[in-house]
Ligand binder design. Sequence first.
Ligand code: PMP
Length: 443
Amino acid sequence: MTRILHRQINANLRIASGGKGVELFDRDGRSYIDASGGAAVSCLGHGHPDVIAALHAQADKLAYAHTSFFTTEVAEALADRLIADAPAGLDYVYFVSGGSEAVEAALKMARQYFVEIGQPQRSKIIARRQSYHGNTLGALATGGNEWRRAQFRPLLAETHHIDPCYAYRYREAGESETEYGARAAQALEDKILALGPDTVMAFVAEPVVGATAGAVPAVPGYFRRIREICDRYGVLLLLDEVMCGMGRTGTLHACEQDGIAPDLLTVAKGLGGGYQPIGATFLSGKIYEAFAQGSGLFQHGHTYICHPMACAAALAVQEVIARDRLLDNVKAMGTHLSRRLGERFGNHPHVGDIRGRGLFMGVEVVEDRGTQAPFDPALKLHARIKREAMNRGLAVYPAGGTLDGARGDHVLLAPPFIIDTATVDTVVERLGEAVDAAIAQAA
Ligand code: PMP
C-alpha cells in the first residue's frame, strides 16, 4: 500500500529497486528492458559510473547556492557547452527543474519580450492539437491534449490550436508530402490572420510530437514554411524539444533535421538523463537584448534554477554522449529499430503506422488498418499493452486513442542511446508478443 499520491490511484505499481545500463530491476527480482527510458528520459541508461562520479564530486564541493547571490562554475560550464552546440542565434540559456518549467519560462520570455519592445498587445499563443507541453497551467493551456485539459479548462488561459502535421491521419489521398506540409503550415498563417497578426505572440510546437501522438515527425518542408510565416508576422517560434531533443532523434536538436532555428527552444528529459531533474530554455540574442536594454531583468525565477547538482548531472551526461559518440549509435540503432519494427509490424492487421526518428519511434495500433479506425477507447488497449509488456520484462510508454478517432492507441519507444542490436531485437520481440496478447484480450 503506497502513501504517495501517484498519477493513477491504486496502480499496483511494482517497486523499482535498481538499474544498470538498459535494465531496471524490481524488488521481487524481476528485470525489465527500459525501452522508453521512462518517458524518453534515461538516455544513458541507469547507473552510469561517470555521471555518478560527477554527482559525488559536485556534492562534495557545493550542493546549492541561490542565483540572486551567485552563479556557479558548473552552471556556467554547462551553459557554455550547450550554447556552443545550440541552433543558430540561440545565444543564452535559462536552467530550470523540468519540462513544464522550461515551457512556462519560454512563454513568459515571449510575453515580456513584446512588452519590452513596446508591443504589449501581443499576448496570443497558437499551438497545435495533439501536442503536450506540460502540466503547469500555462503549459497545459498551450498543449492541445483535450483529455488532459478538460476539467481544468476554467483555469486555462485562452490559446488557439491548429491541426498538427500528422501525415498518417491528415494527408489526403493523392496529396504529396510537400503539398500536405504546405497545407498544414498554411493553417498557421490563416489563424494568425484571423486573430490579427499584431496580437499574436508565439507559435508553439514539438518538432517530433511525443507523449500525445507517439513520435510523429512533421513532413519535410513543414517547419521551413512555419519559420517563414512566423517571420512574416513577427511571431516568435517556440520549439518544445523537452521529449524529442538532446540527441534523441540522432541530432542534438531535432529541429536541425528540419533545417530551422527557433527563437525559443525548450529541452529537459535527456538533458540530465534522469540523474537529476533539470530543464532548460534557450533564447535568442534578440530576446536577451530586449530584456537587457529594457527593464534589465527577466521577471521570473524559482528557488532551484541553475541547481548545481542538476547542472553537474547534465554536464556529465552531455560529456559522455559526446565522448562516446553516442549520437552515431542513436542513428545506427534507430535504423535497426525501424527495420525490425517494419519486419514485425509492417503487415500486422492492427498496426496502422510506424514512424519516428532516431531512437524515438512510435507504433500506432488501430482496429481496422484499411479505414484507420482506432479501437474503442473504452477498451484501453494501450494500458493492456503496457501491462502485457511489463509481464514480459519490457517497459514501454503507451497512450490511448481519442473519442473522436483523431488517433489510435500508440506505443512510444525511446530506449537509452547505449542500446545494442541484440537488445533492440529483444525489445521488438517482446513488444510484438505484448501487442498480440493485448489485442487478443480486447477482441
Ligand atoms: N513538453 C513536452 C514535449 C513533453 O513531452 C513534456 C513531458 N512529457 C513536457 C513538456 C513537460 O515536462 P515535465 O514532465 O518535465 O514537466
